[in-house]
Ligand binder design. Structure first.
Ligand code: PGA
Length: 253
């Protein structure tokens, strides 16, 4: 059975001290549940400390927000998947729309990053999703299909089961405008059907597909109850312990 995952994406927020305070507050109140995992994706500089803080808590995993597409080399300022694995963290967000928009990441680059992450033993949280104008042109299914096929469809059935997919409509990220349950379920089911065509139904049913984009305590329960929504990737609301915990608890049911 696929896991439900409530992943926090802290983006470029929190000094180490602020991040540790937030993480300690979360740790004090987080309770386990069957088949549910909390993932904290923090800035690189927090990762070592986050792993230390949560290493004895089996239902909490730590993730990075990016890695470089090469194993090593003269890439000043960059961090490789192998270096992240060396910190004993488990996940890495790849292909977030902010990376695509502000750092020029293409599906080809993201595909290389996915390969690096898997080769290093990290689980990619692969982000896809359409800008508003694409939805207005009714081309959102086509675009998301292109994104997932270019970055993921070369993988083996074993590898794709190590990948978590996050559907994040760009128009919902950080805007307070959330996808309706119908819009979310429609796209998640479409992604799963596409995975089934490529990898078979059994494999498609094993892949967790998260929703991201203005998920908040007041809309989380409805979204998380949808049959093809297997959790959330949470930005703004993950920066406040009470809000993150409320979303996590909505998933606990
Ligand atoms: P948001 O961000 O929850 O602030 O909309 C989600 C994300 O970018 O992953």
């Amino acid at each position: 059975m696929r896991k439900t995952i409530i992943a926090a994406n802290w983006k470029m927020h929190n000094t180490l001290e602020e991040g540790l305070n937030l993480a300690v507050e979360i740790k004090q109140q987080l309770l386990p549940a069957d088949n549910l995992e909390a993932v904290l994706c923090t800035p690189y500089i927090h990762l070592y400390h986050m792993h230390e803080l949560f290493k004895d808590v089996a239902f909490v995993a730590i993730g990075a927000q990016n890695c470089h597409q090469e194993t090593h080399g003269a890439y000043t300022g960059e961090v490789s998947a192998g270096m992240l694995k060396g910190l004993n963290i488990q996940y890495v967000i790849l292909g977030h729309s902010e990376r695509r928009q502000y750092f020029g990441e293409t599906d080809t680059i993201i595909r290389q990053k996915v390969d690096q992450a898997l080769a290093a033993g990290l689980k990619p949280i692969y982000c896809c999703g359409e800008p508003l104008e694409v939805r207005h042109h009714n081309a959102h299914h086509m675009l998301v299909h292109e994104q997932i096929s270019e970055a993921l469809f070369h993988l083996t059935p074993e590898q794709i089961q190590q990948v978590v997919i996050a559907y994040e409509p760009v128009w919902a990220i950080g805007t307070g405008v959330v996808a309706t349950p119908d819009q979310a379920q429609d796209m998640h089911a479409f992604i799963r059907r596409s995975l089934a065509q490529q990898f078979g139904e059994q494999v498609a049913n094993a892949v967790s597909i998260l929703y991201g984009g203005s998920m908040k305590p007041d809309n989380a329960a409805e979204l998380l109850a949808l049959p093809d929504v297997d959790g959330g990737l949470i930005g703004g609301a993950s920066l406040k312990a009470d809000q993150y915990l409320a979303i996590y608890n909505a998933a606990r049911g």
